[in-house]
Design a protein around this ligand. Structure first.
Ligand SMILES: [Zn+2]
Length: 142
């Protein structure tokens, strides 16, 4: 009996024997190894126009995020990628990331400033958020 699976990237139904599993994600032979585009809502050709008609009406204002925070987060993510490999965290579970986030928050609350616990917690919440989103994307029963 042939079992088919949708390719994560192109969504084409492919014989499971002919596809490739990587980090819990199924790809067809054509798509394996290629970057998977992530479409950001409000940033495509369907983006609404401002009332004056001069430009796209963005639903975002990135200038509201303190730049120093993003630099701290980025430095931590680079440190992790150098130590464990880029994207290694995608192999961790949602639950373990939530646990690490809570532990970092409580350690900060206890007054331990030996490392950037709130930046670590943020990174762990980012990972948990991504893993939860991916799980929802691939769960066809929902
Ligand atoms: Zn494909």
């Amino acid at each position: 009996m042939q079992i088919t699976m949708p390719c994560y990237r192109c969504e084409e139904e492919v014989d499971e024997q002919k596809g490739i599993w990587r980090d819990g994600i199924f790809y067809c032979e054509k798509c394996y190894g290629k970057e998977t585009p992530v479409y950001i809502e409000g940033m495509g050709p369907d983006a609404p126009t401002t009332e004056d008609g001069l430009e796209s009406a963005l639903p975002y204002d990135m200038t509201l995020i303190p730049p120093e925070f993003l630099f701290c987060l980025s430095a931590l993510l680079k440190e992790g990628a150098d130590k464990y490999g880029e994207g290694n965290w995608k192999r961790l579970s949602y639950r373990t990331n939530i646990n690490h986030a809570i532990c970092h928050i409580l350690t900060d609350l206890a007054g331990d400033d030996r490392e950037e616990h709130l930046i670590n917690a943020t990174a762990r919440l980012l990972f948990a958020w991504w893993l939860k989103k991916e799980e929802k994307t691939h769960d066809k029963s929902m």
